[in-house]
Design a protein around this ligand. Structure first.
Ligand code: GLC
Length: 544
C-alpha cells in the first residue's frame, strides 16, 4: 500500500461538517493547468487561494480517478489512481497539502454502485464466461424469451433504454446508468472488502470525507423483480419515481449494512472524516435512515433544489428538512445546484430575473442552519448554457434520452476578454466545452472587488456566516409573521440575532424592526424606520 503522506487532519474539530460550506469542484471544468482544455488537480491547487478568499470550508471534488470518461469520470477503472487527464497521485498529494495549509478540507467522490466496463474486474468477467466466479462480482443474468433474446427484467437505465446489455456469449449484465458502467454485486464479499480498502486508501492520503455516488443503489431486491412498467410499456420513465416511490433497484434495506460497516472505518481516523450520501428515497423518513452515528453523516436533500420560486414551497421544504434533522440528530444539507441539474439562475427564470432570484436564494440558503453545498460558478451567477451545439455535448444520457447535463458543466470563466476566459494558462484557447461570449462580464476578474457583484455577495455572506454569533451552531430557526409571499426567519445565539427576509411576493415590501441590514441581494432604500426590500430580493438584518 502507498505510504500515508498526510495522515494529520486539519484540526481536531470532529463536527466541522455540521455547519460547513462545501464548494463542489467539477474537476474537468474548474481550472486547466496544462492547456489541454480540461481542468485538473494542479489547476485546483493553483486556485486554492481564490476558494480560501471566497470563504468556503471544504471542497468536494468530482471523480478524478482513472477512467475512460464515458460518464465524465463516474465510470472508474482504477479507484486508487488519478487519470492522466487530471494529473497523478503526486498532484493530488500536493493539492491536499496546500488545501489543508489554507484551512480547506477535501472531500472526494466515491463511486461504488458501478465500475467502468474498463475495470479489470469487468474485463476478467467478460473473458471468464457464464458461471465463472469473475461474473459473480457483477450482475450477470440469462435473458428471457426462447433464445434469451429479451432482457432479464423490465428495469430501465437512468440514462434511458433498458438497464441490461447482452454480451456475445448470450448473458446480459445490469447497468443502471450507461452500458459502460456495469453495476457491482454488493452481495459479494470481495466487493465489500475492496471498497473498504479503497476508503482506507484515500483516508490514508488525508481526505476529510467522501461523497457517495448513487448511495441508495448498491443493493438490488432479491430475484431482480420487474418494476411493472417502463418507458416502453406505459411511456412513464421509472426514474420519475426517484424521491417519490419504491423501485426494486434503489433504497433496499440491506444497503444500510454497507454503511454500518463503513462508519467504524471513518471513525477510526482522527479529525472528523465524514461521508455524504447522494441518495434518493421515497420519503424524507427513508432518506433519514442513511444518516446517524452508525451510518453516514449527511444525505443531500434535493427537495430544496426542487422547490419552486414561491414562499410556500420553500417554507415547506425547510420545515420538513429541519424536522428530519432534529429526529436524526444531524444537520440538514442545502443544495441549489450541482453538476447534474440545470443551474438555478436558469431554473428560476433565467436572464436578469433568474439572477436576481438566484442571489436571493443564496442568502436564504446561507442563513439556514446546517451544511450548504455551493456548486462552482454559482458564486459568479452563471446561468445554464442552453445553446451548446449537439455535436459538442458529451453527456452519455444525451444520446439515449435527448437530455444533457453539459449546460451546467461549462468551464469557469476566470479572466480576460476572450473565451475560455482564463480557464487555462495564458494564451491557451482550448476548453472542452465553449463558454458563451456573455461570460466575459461574469468572470472572477470582472466581478472581484466590484460592489454589488454576485461574487462579492457570496464573499460577504460567507464572511458574515462565519463571524456572526447568531449563525454559529446548528439550532433551528424561528419563523416571523409576514405578509404573504415573504419569508422571514430569525436565528438567535450568544445574545445576537440575525433575521433573513426573502421577498417572493411580487411587490416591494418594507422591512422594519429587525435591526440593521448587513448584506442584501439587491439595493435597499430607507423608508421611515425600515428598509424597502425589492421584488425577488433577500437581506439579512442583525441585532446584537
Ligand atoms: C450520480 C452522479 C452523476 C452520474 C451518476 C452515475 O448521479 O452525480 O453525474 O452520472 O451518478 O454515476
Amino acid at each position: 500500500m502507498t505510504s500515508a503522506p498526510h495522515p494529520t487532519p486539519l484540526t481536531a474539530d470532529d463536527d466541522w461538517w455540521r455547519s460547513a460550506v462545501v464548494y463542489q469542484v467539477y474537476v474537468r471544468s474548474f481550472a486547466d493547468s496544462n492547456s489541454d482544455g480540461v481542468g485538473d488537480l494542479e489547476g485546483i491547487r493553483q486556485r486554492l487561494p481564490y476558494l480560501r478568499d471566497l470563504g468556503v470550508d471544504a471542497l468536494w471534488l468530482t471523480p478524478f480517478y482513472t477512467s475512460p470518461q464515458i460518464d465524465a469520470g463516474y465510470d472508474v477503472a482504477d479507484y486508487r489512481d488519478v487519470d492522466p487527464l487530471f494529473g497523478n497521485l503526486g498532484d493530488f498529494d500536493a493539492m491536499i497539502t496546500d488545501a489543508h495549509a489554507l484551512g480547506l478540507r477535501i472531500i472526494v467522490d466515491l463511486v461504488p454502485n458501478h465500475t467502468s466496463s474498463a475495470h479489470p474486474w469487468f474485463t476478467a468477467a467478460l473473458a471468464a464466461g457464464p458461471g465463472s466466479p469473475e461474473r459473480e462480482r457483477y450482475l450477470f443474468a440469462e435473458g428471457k424469451g426462447e433464445q434469451g433474446e429479451l432482457p432479464p427484467n423490465d428495469w430501465e437505465s437512468i440514462f434511458g433504454g433498458p438497464a441490461w446489455t447482452r454480451v456475445p456469449d448470450g448473458q446480459w449484465y445490469l447497468h443502471l446508468f450507461d452500458p459502460a458502467q456495469p453495476d457491482l454485486n454488493w452481495r459479494h464479499p470481495e466487493v465489500r472488502v475492496e471498497f473498504e480498502d479503497v476508503l482506507r486508501f484515500w483516508l490514508d492520503r488525508g481526505v476529510d470525507g467522501f461523497r457517495i455516488d448513487v448511495a441508495h443503489g448498491m443493493i438490488k431486491a432479491e430475484g431482480l423483480p420487474d418494476v411493472g412498467f417502463n418507458s416502453m410499456t406505459t411511456g412513464q420513465r421509472q426514474s420519475e419515481l426517484l424521491g417519490k416511490g419504491r423501485l426494486p433497484y434503489f433504497d433496499q434495506d440491506e444497503v444500510h449494512d454497507i454503511y454500518r460497516a463503513w462508519r467504524p472505518i471513518l471513525d477510526s481516523y482522527p479529525g472528523g472524516r465524514m461521508a455524504v450520501a447522494e441518495a434518493w428515497a421515497e420519503t424524507p423518513q427513508r432518506l433519514a435512515r442513511y444518516i446517524g452515528p452508525d451510518e453516514l453523516h449527511q444525505a443531500f436533500s434535493f427537495d430544496f433544489l426542487d422547490a419552486t420560486w414561491s414562499a410556500d414551497s420553500f417554507r415547506k421544504v425547510i420545515d420538513t428538512a429541519l424536522a428530519e434533522s432534529t429526529i436524526v440528530g444531524a444537520p440538514t444539507t442545502w443544495v441549489l445546484s450541482n453538476h447534474d441539474r440545470q443551474r438555478h439562475v436558469t431554473r428560476y427564470g433565467d436572464g436578469e430575473v433568474g439572477l436576481r432570484r438566484a442571489r436571493a436564494a443564496a442568502l436564504l440558503m446561507l442563513s439556514l442552519p446546517g451544511c450548504a453545498y455551493v456548486y462552482q460558478g454559482e458564486e459568479l451567477g452563471l446561468p445554464e448554457v442552453l445553446d451548446l451545439p449537439d455535436e459538442l455535448r458529451q453527456d452519455p444520457a444525451f444520446l439515449r434520452t435527448g437530455e444533457s447535463r453539459d449546460g451546467c458543466r461549462v468551464p469557469i470563466p476566470w479572466s480576460g476578454e476572450l473565451a475560455p476566459y482564463g480557464f487555462g494558462p495564458e494564451g491557451s484557447e482550448l476548453s472542452w466545452l465553449p463558454a458563451p461570449a456573455t461570460w466575459r462580464a461574469l468572470s472572477v476578474a470582472a466581478q472581484a472587488g466590484v460592489a454589488g457583484s454576485t461574487l462579492e455577495l457570496y464573499r460577504a455572506a460567507l464572511r458574515i456566516r462565519h463571524e456572526h454569533p447568531a449563525l454559529a451552531g446548528t439550532d433551528g430557526i424561528t419563523w416571523l409573521e409576514t405578509e404573504p409571499g415573504v419569508l422571514a426567519f430569525r436565528r438567535t445565539a450568544g445574545g445576537a440575532e440575525l433575521t433573513c427576509v426573502v421577498n417572493i411576493s411580487g411587490a416591494e415590501v418594507t422591512v422594519a424592526g429587525h435591526g440593521r441590514p448587513v448584506v442584501a441581494s439587491a439595493d435597499l432604500t430607507e423608508r421611515g424606520d425600515g428598509h424597502v426590500l425589492p421584488v425577488d430580493a433577500a437581506a439579512w438584518f442583525e441585532r446584537r
